[in-house]
Write a new protein. Structure first.
Length: 290
């Protein structure tokens, strides 16, 4: 496998890192290029506490082995550790700005652990709205909205050798043709090299690729269609990331699944001051098939 230690932070012709007080500029960048970074959203203390919450919600018994990865969907349901974000004013300010309203519902949340030696994540867009067919699974039901998709904290930092995130700049536009030398897959969820098999690409030799370098308290935001992937974790440090995203409360989603037990428990346990964020909460049933 290639080593990604030497990849440097790119010099782009535009600014894509912003402070918490520059959210309008951040949105302009998100609209123009499909991604942005907001610096220093979390304090070091909150980062430490969220790292613990990622472990507690994703691998409480610390069973993951070198080379493995695990995603905890609906991480917000894992308990008070995750709820700290809901009372963190800068975090909520960013989300109100992104969604354009005070009246928000938790839409999706996740935490990811990627152990040393874990594999790269192939290139994809999270958006399932290219298809107008009836949804096939719960991601397909939930990922058809037009609000920003990625809103991640890489709590151990994002950098190429550590399984960091990378995006393709300007890949969020409608009818994007794919990077030069590549073809879109039939479902438009990924792309592959011309002349190779039609399979989501996993390499990092792509025109327009921007490796993201962040500190643990920085937030990475990308647009609903932005194509992204992640490098393999090549260093001896466990990679931790987490996200809670919202949608406007007005955007009702008629879920074809029953809220799983854990989701019901979450709704019962959540302190009253957060109930404003769970009106119309869908939870997720990963086993549901349409
Ligand atoms: O960093 C990762 O592990 C990948 C995250 C990802 O692909 C996603 O947000 O869909």
């Amino acid at each position: 496998m290639k080593e990604y230690l030497e990849i440097q932070k790119p010099e782009l012709s535009y600014t894509y890192e912003f402070g918490i007080d520059q959210l309008s500029l951040m949105s302009e960048c998100l609209e123009a290029h499909g991604f942005a970074i907001i610096k220093d959203v979390l304090s070091p203390e909150l980062v430490d506490s969220l790292k613990q919450a990622v472990f507690d919600g994703t691998d409480p018994k610390r069973e993951l082995k070198p080379g493995e990865s695990r995603t905890r969907h609906a991480w917000v349901e894992s308990g008070p550790g995750a709820w700290q974000l809901l009372e963190h004013a800068p975090f909520m300010k960013i989300h109100r700005h992104l969604i354009g309203t005070e009246e928000m519902t938790v839409h999706r949340s996740a935490a990811i652990i990627r152990m040393p030696g874990s594999q790269p994540v192939s290139w994809h867009t999270d958006w399932c709205g290219f298809s107008t067919d009836t949804p096939k699974n719960s991601g397909d039901v939930l990922n058809r909205g037009l609000w920003p998709s990625g809103k991640w904290f890489y709590l151990t930092g994002s950098r190429p050798e550590h399984g960091g995130l990378c995006v393709i700049e300007d890949s969020h536009v409608e009818n994007w043709k794919g990077p030069e030398g590549f073809k879109m897959t039939g479902d438009r969820r990924s792309f592959y090299k011309e002349g190779e098999a039609e399979k989501a690409y996993v390499g990092f030799d792509i025109p327009g690729l921007v490796p993201l370098f962040t500190n643990p308290g920085d937030m990475i935001v990308f647009a609903h269609r932005t194509y992204h992937g992640a490098f393999p974790n090549q260093i001896d440090e466990i990679r931790l990331s987490c996200a809670i995203g919202f949608r406007s409360r007005d955007h009702h989603i008629d879920i074809p699944w029953e809220i799983p037990e854990e989701g019901k428990q979450f709704l019962a346990d959540l302190p009253p001051q957060f109930h404003q964020y769970t009106q119309g909460y869908t939870s997720i049933d990963l086993a549901w098939r349409g």
